[in-house]
Write a protein that binds this ligand. Structure first.
Ligand SMILES: O=P(O)(O)OC[C@H]1O[C@](O)(CO)[C@@H](O)[C@@H]1O
Length: 445
């Protein structure tokens, strides 16, 4: 289970000012529970962990096994919430060099449908030429251009390379139960498919088949992931008193900091495996809170790497930031710094120490330096990188996000602003139905 520590925000805000949010947070929790707030048709995530059945997990695991048995490579085609959760969990739990290892225990997981780069797609199709590959096509709407475009290419290549019969077996769709191109194709072609519940938005969908199927294909234990989330669902429940409820405290603290001029939250890790947890978190908070001209800007850094690029800004730039550090207590492997007789690098003072001890001192030193430099610090401690803990962490962030959005006074469950670029892109590409917009946009160029 995670531990949350907000002590290093005191001095910028106070324990009393955070505790003063208790009543407001309680109201937000009740609004979520009773479904009486903005965006209340998108609350399916709230009790998702505790409602997932063993039958559903068995179905997902059986489908994952088909892909594992028949594919060297599996492409997860999706964008935003339709790939970030899966990627976050898979990369957090995978060996950093998994795709380079000769003896593979799971298909190589590759992501597509999250950009429109011709080079990326060309290079991907080149790489796949001699591979037995399968595709998980994920799109809630079933109409997202990036994903549909990649899937069109991958479907054709899979059928051409592996034949229609095998392609039917190794292509899986995760989409709307009734509408959208992904649903129509899946039904027509007879693909195995899973449903994204109507009331679960993309960025809250990691514990639906959107996240669970790719995670199972990659060889990770989705039961433990869900168990971690379910325990966190209890720990962050509406009945849990404010001072014992991590989601409540995190939501209150970040809103108090925001009210006090801290407009940017930087999610920090000291393990590169957590890079995509940050990417997932950025979408969760960015799409949920960035609206009505309000919202904390969610940013992220990987330390100590980015201490050598962004460290200067964080230490001495504009004082409008705070940091939330995800700290992993126990690493998986053991590696000691060797002694070197010549000691030309002067590192013999570290000889015999674990590399993680050096990393932990970098972490502590950074926290103290940044707090001294005027950057409030929230710390989230994960005992270790396991399915159980990651499941808990993700549910914790989701729950806190729902509360936080209501504290801010926005609808945390819509994303109307995302449509603006799509409308312009379709107008510029002369998509049928966009004739008026095409004319208008051409006149502006
Ligand atoms: O699953 P879909 O419908 O393809 O959408 C993918 C992503 O695009 C968005 O709808 C934004 O356009 C996100 O909210 C979502 O996670």
């Amino acid at each position: 289970m995670i531990k949350l520590n907000i002590e290093k925000t005191f001095g910028f805000i106070s324990k009393e000012s955070v505790d003063a949010y208790a009543a407001e947070v309680k109201a937000a929790q009740e609004t979520l529970e009773q479904g009486t707030g903005k965006g209340n048709d998108f609350l399916g995530w709230l009790h998702l962990p505790s409602s997932i059945t063993p039958e559903h997990l068995a179905d997902l695991k059986a489908t994952a096994q088909v892909l594992r048995d028949n594919c060297e490579v599996v492409i997860v085609a999706g964008i935003g919430g339709s790939y970030l959760g899966a990627r976050a969990v898979i990369e957090a739990l995978s060996n950093s060099f998994t795709w380079l290892q000769d003896k593979k225990t799971a298909p190589v997981m590759i992501y597509a449908g999250h950009n429109i780069s011709e080079d990326y797609l060309f290079e991907l199709t080149e790489y796949l030429k001699d591979k037995k590959f399968g595709v998980i096509n994920i799109s809630k709407s079933g109409t997202t251009t990036e994903t549909a475009l990649a899937f069109r290419l991958l479907k054709k290549q899979c059928e051409d390379q592996r034949g229609k019969e095998t392609a039917r077996k190794v292509i899986v769709a995760i989409t709307d139960p009734k509408k959208g191109a992904a649903r129509i194709t899946a039904d027509k072609e007879g693909y195995k498919s899973f449903i994204i519940p109507d009331n679960v938005g993309g960025r809250f969908s990691v514990l639906t088949p959107v996240g669970l199927l790719p995670i199972a294909v990659a060889g990770f234990d989705i039961e433990k992931l869900v168990a971690g989330a379910a325990d966190m669902e209890k720990a962050c429940g509406a009945h849990v008193p404010f001072t014992e409820n991590p989601a409540a405290i995190y939501a209150a603290t970040r809103n108090d900091l925001y009210k006090n001029g801290k407009k940017i939250e930087i999610l920090v890790n000291f393990s590169p495996k957590l890079h995509y947890v940050s990417e997932w978190w950025k979408q969760l908070y960015g799409e949920s809170e960035g609206k009505d001209n309000k919202g904390i800007f969610p940013a992220a850094v990987d330390f100590s790497t980015d201490l050598h690029s962004m460290g200067q800004w964080i230490q001495e730039g504009e004082r409008t930031i705070f940091e939330t550090v995800i700290s992993v207590e126990k690493v998986e492997h053991k590696l000691e710094v060797p002694t070197d007789e010549a000691n030309l690098d002067g590192l013999n003072f570290l000889a015999g120490k674990r590399v993680d001890e050096v990393n932990k001192m970098a972490e502590l030193g950074t926290q103290l330096a940044h707090v001294d430099g005027g950057v409030p610090n929230i710390r989230i401690v994960l005992p270790e990188l396991t399915e159980y803990n990651i499941g808990g962490l993700m549910y914790f962030f989701e729950k806190a996000c729902g509360i936080s959005g209501y504290l801010l006074g926005v609808n945390p469950f819509n994303q109307p602003g995302v449509e603006a670029y799509k409308k312009n892109m379709f107008a510029l590409l002369n998509k049928p139905g966009y004739e008026e917009e095409s004319k208008a946009i051409q006149a502006r160029l």
